[in-house]
Ligand binder design. Structure first.
Ligand code: 4AD
Ligand code: MG
Length: 480
């Protein structure tokens, strides 16, 4: 029977015949094959009896080659591993020419590996990151299902702009070289596939709200798309978003849910991905050696993850955060690119990171934002701040990441919602179905969106969001 490397390394079946398939990581002294099959970060050592092995076969045992090995599981003679395989037969399934194979056993830069995203998964770093990503994804579903949520699949192609930010990819089958127009010169979308203008979704929220108003607690976990031209280490044009939406939850319930959810999934990977997280912690320490001391993380990865999952997040209003930022040293010394000098300004990532990394040194939840920097669907608060309207919004900010969650209590009052839609010049007719939820059996409800890649970044300690998604889509880049 075929085994995996993970099974054999944890097995006590010393002396039994075993059968394994995998890829050669290294082959040294014409004798020791380090074999990996993806089941664990660790390789199993397979010892070849080179004196009795054909010379041409030995030559073909190269890094990257796929092999089929049979032999006896024995206690290892050498250091570094408990068990190894004494090889009785080795068959090459697929050769890998060492003169051409790019992933040789040496240190490769993350940039080089990004250009070889189809092969980078064969390195320890990427195999580890993607195993953790997979575990986190499972933990997300497990958390919601165990807490009575229903998984809801939001449409990918929509006619609505949920965020009202207009950063959408159009979906069209019109002939780009001969676009039909109406009498007054506009594009004639009536002739397009859907008979109207459509785009890739920027968020499943609006549709999820309709489901929450019947199923109570729902969540989506799917791809979302933003055509924002942001070349940063935290933005992708295609990313995965987790969006719970809960009927009868107010803003406080929403913050409680967000905090509990994040802590729970982090705890899950700390238990289930010990080997991988330990490797990532070492990788990060190594990487940070080349950085100036003041740019290194204050805590090693595992300590940081435990700190976040064991301590309360700080909660404060936008207004309180504004006061802290207005009076802080970097603002007074004009070190911020965007100065904080007026209540109502949008917070940039430099401000968010100052709050979490310098001021509080822990995750922060900001709530009650100025209405005019937030989306139309957020619930207007009753009290005003110096005559300014605020909304029941909340953002969760994380060290090294900035905003990881954006959410709110939703405006459930039909008249108020209609007013806001009008004020923003959004066509009410486009949102007829959304407004129906407020016409029939409306109730308070809340939800949020968490960018899955930003969570994976935090948990793995990877600095660039392009390195935590298999095939990143960013401006000017859609290879693979
Ligand atoms: O704050 P955002 O835009 O909120 C929404 O889309 C709401 N409709 C969510 C909801 O209430 N259901 O995005 C939510 C999160 C951000 O906090 C961030 O983590 C992530 O999505 N995000 C991105 N991640 C990677 N690349 C991008 N371009 C992202 N834009 C947002
Ligand atoms: Mg946001």
């Amino acid at each position: 029977m075929k085994s995996t490397v993970a099974e054999l390394l944890n097995s006590d079946k010393i002396g039994t015949e075993v059968h394994i398939k995998g890829w050669v990581r290294t082959f040294r002294s014409n004798r020791f094959v380090a074999l990996n099959d993806g089941s664990t970060i660790n390789n199993i050592q397979c010892v070849v009896d080179f004196e009795n092995t054909d010379e041409t076969l030995l030559k073909r045992i190269a890094t990257g080659a796929a092999v089929d090995i049979k032999g006896k599981l024995v206690e290892s003679q050498g250091k570094g591993q408990k068990v190894e395989i004494k090889v009785s037969s080795l068959e090459i399934l697929g050769d890998s020419n060492p003169d051409e194979y790019p992933i040789q056993p040496k240190r490769h830069s993350l940039e080089f590996l990004r250009d070889n995203a189809h092969l980078r998964i064969r390195t320890n770093t990427f195999a580890t990151v993607m195993r953790v990503r997979s575990a986190l994804s499972f933990a997300v579903h497990q958390y919601f299902i165990e807490n009575g949520f229903y998984n809801f699949h939001a449409p990918i192609i929509t006619g609505s702009d949920a965020e009202g930010a207009g950063e959408m990819f159009q979906v069209s089958t019109l002939n780009q070289k001969d676009i039909p127009t109406t009498e007054n010169g506009d594009i004639d979308f009536a002739q397009d596939f859907f008979g109207k203008e459509t785009n890739l979704t920027v968020s499943g929220q609006l549709e999820a709200e309709t489901y929450a108003m019947a199923l109570g607690k729902v969540y989506t976990f799917g791809p979302t798309f933003r055509a924002e031209n942001s070349n940063t280490t935290r933005h992708l044009a295609e990313f995965w978003m987790i969006e719970p939406e809960v009927a009868f939850n107010d803003l406080n319930d929403n913050m409680d849910l967000g905090e509990d959810f994040i802590k729970d999934v982090i705890k899950y990977v700390l238990v289930k991905c010990k080997d991988d997280i330990t490797f990532l912690e070492q990788r990060l320490l190594q990487e940070e050696k080349s950085k100036p001391a003041n740019q290194r993380s204050e805590m090693p990865l595992i300590e940081k993850l435990k700190f976040v999952s064991d301590n309360d997040f700080i909660r404060l209003s936008y207004t309180e955060a504004y006061e802290i930022l207005r009076n802080c040293k970097p603002n007074k010394k004009k070190k911020f690119r965007f100065p904080i000098n007026e209540w109502g300004v949008d917070l940039q990532s430099e401000h968010e990171r100052y709050l979490v990394e310098k001021h509080f040194k822990c995750p922060v939840i900001l709530f009650d934002y100025p209405a005019n920097i937030k989306a139309f669907y957020m619930r207007e608060n009753d009290e005003e701040i110096n005559g300014n309207k605020t909304v029941a919004a909340m953002d969760i900010l994380f060290p090294g990441i900035g905003e990881i969650v954006g959410g709110s209590q939703r405006e459930e009052r039909l008249d108020v919602l209609k007013e806001k839609i009008k004020a923003l010049n959004i066509d009410e007719k486009e949102l007829w179905w959304y407004l129906d939820t407020r016409k029939f059996g409306t109730a308070i409800h809340s939800g949020f969106g968490l960018g899955f890649e930003r969570l994976v970044q935090f948990v793995t300690g990877m600095g660039n969001i392009r390195d935590v998604i298999p095939f990143p889509r960013t401006p000017q880049n859609a290879e693979f």
